[in-house]
Write a protein that binds this ligand. Structure first.
Ligand code: GRF
Length: 194
């Protein structure tokens, strides 16, 4: 069976990208990464892709005077590569409604909280401050409203009394690396229902 063609968008470290690279290395996995795009030059995620012989492209948002033009460049580049599913993996830009209109139900994101709780940034600091006992991560479809799209899968972790944002982030990240490939597999195998 043909494998689902993924385009992964990153802005930095790329550990979630790595979890997808590792999953796709198994020929039985129903997806493959055909392109990695970073909006920031020379980030670690680009090195990870190059090491895996995956084509990369840097599209620097600073080279565009409007968000729509940047998003148009993303769309064209992804289309040229034949991408069928766009995976945001630590991509620190908000995508426009126009971008999403080009990719209906074809953009997913990973977020380090149990959405709909703790949308946005500085998640782990806010989780600890709120005093909740569990946190986690979510893979969801992307809609114009930030971190608000339909949830595909989640994982839960305990928040310990002694946690700092860094220790909690590390515990959550370990689960991110489990659920992102799982979500891609569910989509590729058409096992999700709206
Ligand atoms: C992850 O915690 C992800 O949930 C969030 O940004 C972080 C990216 O980490 N959106 P990495 O670049 O995948 O290592």
């Amino acid at each position: 069976m043909a494998r689902l063609k993924l385009g992964v968008l990153i802005s930095g470290r790329g550990s979630n990208l790595q979890s997808l690279i590792d999953a796709c290395a198994d020929p039985a996995f129903p997806a493959e990464i055909v392109l990695v795009i970073s909006n920031i030059p020379n980030v670690q995620g680009l090195d990870r892709a190059e090491k895996a012989n995956i084509p990369t492209k840097t599209i620097n948002h600073k080279d565009y005077d409007a968000r729509e033009k940047f998003d148009q460049a993303l769309t064209e580049t992804l289309q040229q590569a034949g991408v069928e599913l766009v995976c945001l993996a630590g991509f620190m830009r908000i995508v426009t409604a126009q971008f999403l209109a080009h990719w209906p139900d074809q953009v997913i994101n990973i977020h380090p909280s149990l959405l709909p709780a703790f949308k946005g940034i500085h998640v782990h600091e806010r989780v600890i401050e709120a005093g909740v006992k569990f946190s986690g991560c979510t893979v969801h479809y992307v809609v114009p409203e930030m971190d608000a799209g339909p949830i595909i899968t989640q994982a839960c972790v305990p928040v310990k009394d002694e946690d700092t944002p860094d220790t909690l982030a590390a515990r959550v990240l370990e689960q991110e690396h489990v659920i992102y490939p799982l979500a891609v597999r569910l989509i590729a195998e058409k096992r999700l229902q709206q």
